[in-house]
Design a protein around this ligand. Sequence first.
Ligand code: SF4
Length: 163
Amino acid sequence: MADATKKIRVGWFSYSCCEDSTIMFTEIMNDHWQDWKKIIDFRHARVLQSKNHWDEMDVAFIEGAVANDHQKQEVLRIRSLAKKVVAIGACACTGMPSAQRNTFNEKQKEEIEILRVRFASLPMVLKLSDVIKIDAEVPGCPMDTKKFLETLTALVGEWQAAQ
Ligand code: SF4
């Protein structure tokens, strides 16, 4: 029999981006917090809490593109901890618009090289699926909130069915 006190373990992470999907996420909470707090254990969500954990997750939502090796290592770590990973927003799904420097011509690339080196950035900005396997995507700039709710509902349903 399913344990009614058990909660789905969720992480929310942001990398190179403007974090507008994080803002949408907190806006959605105005309507859903009372329900979510009964079923979701936020293991990591810096926008919601100061105490966060790097441990096992049922679902990790990742917003933003991957622009440097530190971010790449963190994303690989998230993949090793999370059963499902969802790319959130256009930057995570496609790289753009955060990956705009990938489209620069040689002269433009030369001009920004000093900054790229100073901030230890990768030669090319990567979309999430360039670094890890992803299980679902929520496109949009910022994310499509209807699609996000559908994805979250489906993942919670899958998790509940497995309990
Ligand atoms: S997809 Fe758009 S809203 Fe989301 S982080 Fe990128 S630029 Fe910002």
